[in-house]
Design a binder for this molecule. Structure first.
Ligand SMILES: [Zn+2]
Length: 196
């Protein structure tokens, strides 16, 4: 653990107004040997530390990043209908506080981002940051490992199939079999992508 990232974030890449704790860079491992580099960003307003995958942070820098945490982000307060909304036991984020690339990907997958009224379920947004556009693919669901629908911390979110959701409280043996299916699906998808 705490392995050095493969492509470390360099001081020269960071816009001058943004506070990044470069020493915090490390690799995070999810299920199945899936590793990605993360770094801590310190909110320029309140000092809150938020961990970001380095890849998505680089994209944020390109698109213009405020350097604030989610709560201090100016659009949180100015947008009357913005921010967080609860429905069906889930948390939803307004499109204004979601990265454009995530909204694009959701739209491309045919997800109606206008329902309920310009919101996307927070767990899908966070799963996107962790797994990429696969979270919006047909038959793929984002599941909460602890069963708490509003615990949307990346560690608590995994992707699975419809079938997984039906069998969410099945034995570990069956769960392992389902994960194998997902791994194989992912593998074949990646393989197909390489062919193109
Ligand atoms: Zn803040």
């Amino acid at each position: 653990m705490n392995k050095k990232p493969l492509k470390p974030l360099l001081k020269s890449e960071i816009p001058s107004h943004i506070k990044v704790d470069l020493k915090s860079q490390h690799i995070v491992y999810g299920k199945k040997r899936y590793g990605y580099s993360v770094v801590n960003v310190i909110c320029i307003k309140c000092g809150k530390i938020t961990e970001y995958p380095i890849g998505s942070l680089r994209n944020k820098f390109k698109k213009g990043f405020s350097g604030c945490c989610q709560k201090c982000h100016p659009r949180w307060r100015t947008k009357t209908k913005g921010g967080i909304k609860y429905g069906g036991g889930y948390r939803y984020l307004h499109v204004d506080i979601i990265e454009p690339e995530i909204i694009q990907s959701a739209k491309k997958a045919g997800i109606n981002v206008a329902r309920p009224s310009n919101y996307i379920a927070e767990h899908r947004v966070i799963a996107f940051r962790k797994y990429g556009s696969i979270v919006f693919e047909k038959g793929i669901l984002v599941r909460h490992l602890d069963g708490n629908k509003i615990n949307n911390s990346p560690d608590n979110l995994v992707i699975g199939t419809n079938q997984d959701n039906v069998n969410d409280h099945v034995t570990a043996r069956r769960e392992a079999a389902l994960w194998r299916t997902i791994a194989l699906t992912l593998f074949s998808m990646l393989k197909n992508r390489d062919v193109e």
